[in-house]
Design a protein around this ligand. Structure first.
Ligand SMILES: [Ca+2]
Length: 275
């Protein structure tokens, strides 16, 4: 019976791994990592990249535009994005795993727009980078201190880290920033740390942080949280140390200012708002 409940919980998690973010349907981050293929859009939003720009975006991050075959291989293990992007050789398309009325014409597979004669058309990009340096992990301890890779040395370029925290059901996660120094950028697009009040990087976006200002404490609304740290191809900084501790769910009568959902204070102090 217990095993059954546990299994159901796993399935539920799997279902939760799908969701909309910035108007784009994303799949689980785990699958996205496994494939080495990822979706990129312009800093100014969806469908803004010419072929040359899309190529440059991937190369800037140490990869290259994904081939049709690479995108299809990623799709086969669950990579699903509802946004057309440039692939190698000027091809445009997007990977659909789950058929839906709103995306992919109700079919699964690569929705293929073919090789575009006009390379000035603007789409997103699908990059392939099997050498992206991965880091992070899953933590279930009652407390832990996360450090950016290499800390106390500076972190490296091209880093993609996911830390997932899962504590006992009924407990909350209290994040405290001990040190914080991440390449500063007006919209935190170069290097950034994102915090999610959920077990993926889709739901419960709390904030995106960069610079050297110490963010305020954040308290989760449930027993799971995700931290995502991305760095681009140039300029590094000191990095960070973040401690989490667990706390019991406060009783309804105690309405602590800092214990409300989404950590409002922190959201406001984040340099990058929800789009
Ligand atoms: Ca950087």
């Amino acid at each position: 019976m217990i095993a059954l409940i546990f299994f159901s919980a796993l399935l539920w998690d799997k279902a939760q791994a799908w969701g909309f973010k910035d108007g784009v349907l994303h799949n689980s981050i785990w699958l996205e990592r496994a494939a080495g293929v990822y979706h990129r859009e312009s800093r100014s939003g969806k469908y803004q990249l010419t072929y040359a720009e899309a190529k440059a975006v991937c190369e800037y991050e140490g990869g290259h535009l994904a081939t049709y075959q690479q995108l299809e291989a990623a799709r086969k293990i669950g990579f699903h994005v509802c946004a057309a992007g440039w692939m190698a050789k000027g091809r445009v398309g997007y990977p659909i795993v789950k058929a839906g009325a709103n995306c992919g014409f109700g079919k699964t597979g690569i929705v293929d727009y073919g090789i575009r004669l006009n390379r000035s058309e603007r789409w997103d990009a699908y990059c392939y980078n099997p050498n992206g340096k991965e880091c992070g992990g899953v933590f279930t301890d009652s407390k832990h201190v996360f450090k950016s890779p290499g800390y106390p040395n500076e972190y490296e370029n091209d880093q993609i880290c996911y830390w997932h925290i899962r504590v006992n059901y009924g407990q909350l996660i209290h994040l405290q920033f001990l040190e914080f120094d991440v390449e500063d950028d007006t919209a935190c697009m170069a290097d950034f740390l994102e915090i999610y009040d959920s077990y993926d990087d889709i739901n419960g976006f709390v904030g995106r942080f960069c610079g050297d200002e110490l963010p305020d404490d954040i308290i989760s609304t449930g027993n799971v949280m995700t931290l995502k740290f991305l760095t681009d191809a140039s300029v590094t900084a000191g990095g960070f140390q973040i401690r989490y501790t667990t706390m019991d769910t406060p009783s309804k009568s105690s309405d602590g200012k800092n214990t409300t959902s989404q950590g409002k204070t922190n959201f406001l102090s984040g340099k990058f708002g929800i789009m």
